[in-house]
Design a protein around this ligand. Structure first.
Ligand code: C5P
Length: 245
């Protein structure tokens, strides 16, 4: 595999949004050699527990634990320590939990890694859920454009020591400009060229996402629901690889 294909493969995170842990295992086994990471979200984690993360690690895969922690600083920092001990590569917390929550979390991760000799995961912030629009924000007392609020929250995440944020394709350029090149941007809502958007409203193709400057894309159903998931994953990687130039 050449350098741009291997870089493209590392960028691809497959969302295992599945009710059936056996199906998740089958897909992870098939896809582990093809993709950079698997996203384990609330559904799979609640039905399978930390064993699903260990299973993916046993297959040689990496995990983005998408549990979007949001609580008082002490509680989120303690959950972050456990995510770190599980060995996940990425996990996320809500920026709206506040500066102190993010700061204590980043610090707790750093500390447990030092003490226990663990690999340091990247902690990502969740800014504004894409299910919320300007009128939802207004009813919570936040005035102005959603995009401006997203960029403000991304800046707070960076200042508090987070590695990056999960963001929509439309927000990538503004956040990149505000937060710099080393800030990690992870983007769902990706649809391979020529595919139906389904319930995703604002989509980007894998090639467009790479050209826009994302670090990782999250792709679920276009791969997990494909007749041949390996072929579908390879097509996404090839599309990104071509865009890496
Ligand atoms: O199947 P699909 O490719 O739409 O899956 C995208 C994944 O990214 C899902 O796990 C979804 O919950 C997640 N996600 C998203 N939009 C966001 C945040 C997360 O689609 N704004």
């Amino acid at each position: 595999m050449n350098d741009s294909a291997s870089a493209a493969r590392q960028r691809l995170i497959v969302a295992l949004d599945l009710a059936d842990p056996a199906r998740a295992r089958t897909l992870a086994t098939l896809l582990a050699p093809e993709v950079g990471m698997f996203k384990v979200g609330k559904q799979l984690f609640v039905n399978s527990g930390p064993d699903i993360v260990r299973m993916i690690h046993d297959l040689g895969g990496e995990v983005f634990l998408d549990l979007k922690f949001h609580d008082i600083p002490n509680t989120v920092a303690a959950a972050a320590v456990e995510a770190t001990r599980l060995g996940v590569k990425l996990f996320n917390i809500h920026v709206s939990g506040g500066r102190e929550m993010m700061r204590q979390t980043a610090e707790a991760v750093e500390e447990v890694c030092g003490k226990e000799g663990l690999r340091r995961p990247s902690v990502l912030g969740v800014t504004v859920l894409t299910s919320l629009d300007a009128s939802d924000l207004e009813s919570m007392g936040v005035q102005g454009a959603v995009a401006a609020h997203v960029v403000r929250l991304a800046g707070m995440a960076r200042e508090a020591g987070l590695a990056g944020v999960v963001c929509s394709a439309q927000e990538v350029r503004d956040i990149r400009n505000a937060c710099g090149d080393s800030f990690m941007l992870v983007t769902p809502g990706i649809r391979p060229a020529g595919q139906q958007a389904g319930d995703q409203k604002r989509v980007m193709t894998p090639g467009e996402a790479v050209r826009a400057g994302i670090d990782h894309i999250v792709v679920g159903r276009p791969i997990t629901g494909a007749d041949d998931p390996v072929e579908a994953a390879r097509a996404v990687v090839a599309e990104m690889s071509a865009a890496e130039g």
